[in-house]
Design a protein around this ligand. Structure first.
Ligand code: NAD
Length: 520
């Protein structure tokens, strides 16, 4: 297996420089353990004669033999990977914290999510991929089977915020479906992906099937999309449009998992303790750098003030830090540039009249990239935070007078990724959920209930994406469906040796009969 590639124009040493900068701003107490794993994996980023071309060529060579293996053999590798992942958990937790900055508990949630995907597809791949009998055109005489073939080489382009889940988590169903995979890791977080690729090799994945290339998106990502048979992209809506156009130009399929501005609705009958705690998790997990993060909360006016007071108080008490253990509730942000964006969003809101109920400032005294969990009220449409994705620990709370108003506001804007509804009346919650334009709606949970249910589809409506991950579709999108129809005994009409007029009578009679027999 190749551990690192990258176009020469996107020199891997630049990413090594990013890694060195990150090392510099980590607290000294980070310790030996982290340094050891980082240097071991980082050495893979030394200049390599690789580029996207050789990686996809080798993937193409290795893929047919892999596809010829029984599905159960391929699936067993995912289950072994699952076990190895848990056995080596501390190492990848260190690496995820080091690369992304996330608190350890959020790194663990990411690892758990990948384990869930490995277990699900390890157990369900054979079921999803099996041949299916379909109804034939002529009952009893037309025997139809739908068969699934792998696409060939799948390209995965992922972001930095969940580098393991949004690369290996999508690669697993592609591999188990019989494809080879080339991952373009985000330039800020290639080490976690390289680590996982190595672990998959240890789990028994044959050489040549999984490649990781690193480098700048518009160069390496674009080169990859030019050479693969399907692309699974996760990232911003802006880049998603570019990727979608490129895939369309080549007439290859793609799934696009994009941005969001996810709403939460808190009904007057909600359990306030649970709703406040749920909002903390929904807004500040991974410092809000999560596509499913809640960034706007619509609370019934009867409880709005109490909810906001308790929520702001809870946010203000969160423990910030950059420790490689479970002492912190929230870690630093990923980069200086991202920190600046978060600061700009809050400053813009403050300048235009919003009230900062909690947080609202960077905390370089704790760690260079720390920003406080921030709760805003009085946000208006002129402010950037109103409709634009911040992708940081910033949330706006708005009072509403009815379910109708809450749903209308939740559905405003151009995104449709995820939503959350809090109520003691779960039937009412379900009914509201159906009216919200979002690929996933959680009732009495922020986002984890839906994303953790790997049997169910995840993805975005409107500008939040095209296609889905997880469930059957999360695997079948990496396949081509083929219909094999065998006609027996009597040929399809027109029947030879019978006049065309007589054939027409027979066709009409059989159509009427099939309708009467209620055949589908
Ligand atoms: P981004 O779009 O800037 O980058 C994502 C990936 O695309 C990176 O690997 C990047 O190098 C690559 N890339 C950039 N330009 C490219 C091009 N022209 N061709 C091919 N690849 C290219 O996204 P980001 O800012 O790093 O990530 C944050 C965004 O991702 C947020 O908007 C967030 O909501 C979204 N996101 C969505 C999901 C989801 O499942 N819907 C999950 C995580 C993040």
């Amino acid at each position: 297996m190749d551990r690192a590639g990258g176009l020469r124009t996107a020199h891997p040493l630049r990413h090594r420089a990013h890694a060195d900068r990150r090392a510099a701003r980590r607290p000294a107490c980070a310790g030996h353990r982290v340094t050891a794993v980082v240097s071991r994996i980082r050495d893979r980023l030394a200049p390599a004669p690789e580029d996207v071309g050789p990686a996809t060529r080798r993937a193409r060579e290795a893929q047919p033999a892999w596809a010829a293996r029984p599905v159960r053999q391929r699936a067993a590798i995912a289950l072994r990977f699952h076990d190895l992942l848990l056995e080596n958990e501390d190492e990848i937790l260190d690496l995820l914290q080091w690369e992304v900055g996330k608190a350890r508990i959020h790194a663990l949630q990411e690892v758990a999510a990948v384990a869930g995907v490995a277990r699900h597809y390890g157990r369900r791949a054979a079921h999803y991929l099996r041949d299916r009998r379909r109804r034939g055109a002529v009952p009893l005489l037309t025997h139809v089977t739908e068969v699934r073939h792998p696409k060939g080489v799948v390209g995965i382009v992922g972001p930095w915020n969940y580098p393991l889940f949004l690369s290996i988590g999508d690669a697993l169903p592609a591999l188990l479906a019989g494809n080879a995979v080339v991952i373009k890791a985000d330039e800020k977080t290639p080490l976690s992906v390289l680590w996982a690729a190595e672990l998959l090799a240890r789990a028994g994945l044959p050489p040549g099937l999984l490649h990781v290339v690193t480098g700048d998106g518009p160069v390496v990502g674009a080169a990859l999309i030019d050479q693969v048979d399907y692309v699974c992209f996760t990232g911003s809506t802006r880049t998603g449009r570019v990727v979608g156009k490129q895939a369309a130009g080549r007439l290859i399929g793609c799934s696009l998992e994009l941005g969001g501005k996810n709403p939460m609705i808190v009904r007057a009958d909600a359990d306030l303790d649970r709703a406040v705690e749920g909002a903390v998790q929904a807004c500040f997990s991974n410092g809000g750098q999560l596509c499913l993060s809640v960034e706007r909360i619509y609370v019934h006016e009867r409880i709005a003030e109490e909810f906001t007071r308790r929520f702001a108080d809870r946010a203000a008490r969160m423990r910030l830090g950059a420790h490689y253990d479970y002492t912190d509730d929230m870690g630093p942000l990923v980069s200086q540039r991202h920190l600046r964006t978060v600061e700009e969003h809050v400053e813009d809101a403050r300048r235009k009249g919003a009230t900062v109920r909690a947080g609202g400032r960077a905390r370089p005294d704790i760690s260079p990239l720390c920003y406080e969990p921030t709760v805003l009220t009085g946000v208006t449409a002129e402010m950037t935070v109103h409709a634009e994705e911040t992708f940081g620990p910033v949330v706006s709370v708005y009072p509403v007078s009815s379910d109708e108003q809450a749903v209308a506001l939740a559905n405003s804007g151009s995104y449709g990724l995820s939503a959350s509804v809090w109520t003691k009346d779960t039937e009412r919650g379900r009914a509201l959920a159906r009216r919200i334009i979002a690929g996933a709606v959680n009732v009495n949970d922020g986002f984890g209930a839906a994303i953790g249910s790997v049997d169910a589809l995840m993805g975005g409506m409107r500008e939040s994406g095209v296609g889905r991950r997880h469930g059957a579709e999360g695997m079948l999108k990496y396949t081509e469906a083929q219909t094999i129809a065998v006609q027996r005994l009597v040929p399809m009409p027109p029947q030879p040796g019978v006049g065309l007029a007589r054939n027409a009578t027979l066709i009409n009679a059989s159509l009427a009969m099939m309708r009467r027999l209620r055949l589908r």
